[in-house]
Design a binder for this molecule. Structure first.
Ligand code: PLP
Length: 396
């Protein structure tokens, strides 16, 4: 028999993954080109050419024993230093390799951070709607996810509500900007107000509350909108970054954790996070791809294609009478549903349109449409969306 915790998880397996499977089933029935699968945040655009070149060059140039061998659990020193230098150049920070731990994507980084910080029963505040796996990542270490809804007008986090939710058990507040699923970028004003609340509450309870920033979409910001770098606003900030989306490398599982020197208990946290990387079974982030990203720190997937998709989908949906939030970043559109979000998703399926109900992100009354798809998928889905609007009695 398997563990009780896993029995629960098996029964509630991810709705998004289930959608993905449903997409494959519908594709087998109707043909892939007739299924409009907007369910998964799997980038449709290839990694930049520089990634391919780096892979080939590194394999040709480097000593294979050193390249493919075991290493320090925290990753290659030269790679960590290159990342620190790049961050300093971009954000005027003051990091060096002693602040960087290579991770197995953002998911691996977050699990390492929670393993490092949490005792059973410790609370982590998440802002809903939030990435569906957060509950699992915190639950892995018997922490408790405390959900604070974002402001329903603009989906910015509500600093006052965060303050009210903080208790003596709060270890961390987990934020994600640009946001999955809303596409909202947290404003500097929001960040400053969150920082103030966390400072006051850390003082009130006599122990630091860490701000954990989950940043796989950092570079996916449109119209030149600034994405504030959080370590500059709050000293107890830990950043989990990933190249899954910025370089279209989700299967390669590569990212890093930033633990700034000024974080309370910095040395303990840094050392523990290295050990957590090892004992969670990652041992270290994948070797070859560490070297690859270090050569591609100024590279970026083609954001103009995402931007085109964003504008195209937004006008298509508004023309049909739907009410999407215009995304500032990431590659998701958050759309209000007239009735239940689950009914909406079911109704969409009848037209071979797959999207994810907001309930999966702890926010009913919306659906998420991932537009990291081919432009033609959006164009060809129009007929289905028009019929869906008509089925639901929505008029432009
Ligand atoms: N955090 C958010 C908000 C995400 O959307 C995702 C993936 O979609 C992840 C973390 C996991 O990213 P990674 O592939 O880097 O583990």
């Amino acid at each position: 028999m398997i563990s009780e915790k896993m029995i629960g998880l098996t029964q509630n397996n991810s709705v998004i993954r289930a959608m993905f499977e449903e997409g494959n089933r519908l594709a087998a029935l109707h043909g892939r080109e007739n299924v409009f699968d907007f369910s998964l945040g799997n980038p449709n655009f290839p990694a930049p050419q520089a990634v391919k070149k780096a892979i080939i060059d590194i394999v040709n140039e480097e000593d294979p024993v050193a390249l493919h061998g075991y290493m320090s659990n925290i990753g290659f020193a030269d790679v960590r230093q290159a990342i620190a230098d790049s961050l300093n150049k971009k954000f005027s920070t003051n990091f060096d390799m002693a602040n960087i731990i290579m991770s197995v994507g953002a998911a691996g980084g977050l699990n390492v951070v929670f393993k490092t910080l949490l005792n059973p029963g410790d609370e982590v505040i998440a802002i809903s709607p939030y990435f569906v796996e957060y509950g699992n990542y915190v639950g892995n270490f018997d922490g408790k996810l405390v959900v604070v809804p974002a402001n329903s007008e603009d989906f910015q986090p509500d600093p006052e509500a965060i303050g009210k939710a903080i208790s003596a058990k709060t270890k961390a507040v987990l934020v994600n900007s640009p946001n999955n699923p809303t596409g909202v970028i947290y404003s500097e004003d929001t960040i400053k107000r969150i920082a103030k609340v966390l400072e006051e509450k850390s003082q009130e309870f006599g122990s630091p509350i860490y701000l954990v920033s989950d940043e796989p979409y950092r570079e996916l910001a449109y119209d030149g909108i600034d994405v504030p770098y959080l370590t500059k606003y709050y000293k107890n900030t830990i950043v989990c970054y990933s190249w899954s989306k910025s370089l279209s490398l989700p299967g390669e599982r590569i990212g890093y954790i930033v633990i700034p020197q000024e974080v309370d208990d910095y040395q303990l946290i840094f050392d523990a996070a290295g050990i957590a990387t090892r004992i969670l079974g990652f041992v270290n982030a994948p070797a070859l791809i560490q070297k690859v990203v270090a050569r591609c720190l100024d590279e970026m997937t083609d954001i103009t294609s995402y931007d085109d998709n964003r504008k195209l989908l937004f006008s298509l949906l508004t023309e049909c009478g739907f009410e999407p939030v215009f995304p500032q970043g990431a590659f998701y559109m958050w759309v209000k549903t007239p009735g239940s979000d689950q009914d909406f998703a079911e109704a969409a399926k009848k037209h071979n349109i797959l999207l994810v109900p907001g309930t999966s992100f702890a926010c009913a009354g919306y659906v998420r449409i991932a537009y990291c798809v081919a432009k033609s998928t959006i164009e060809n889905s129009k007929e289905g969306f028009v019929k869906l609007a008509s089925d639901l009695g929505i008029t432009p």
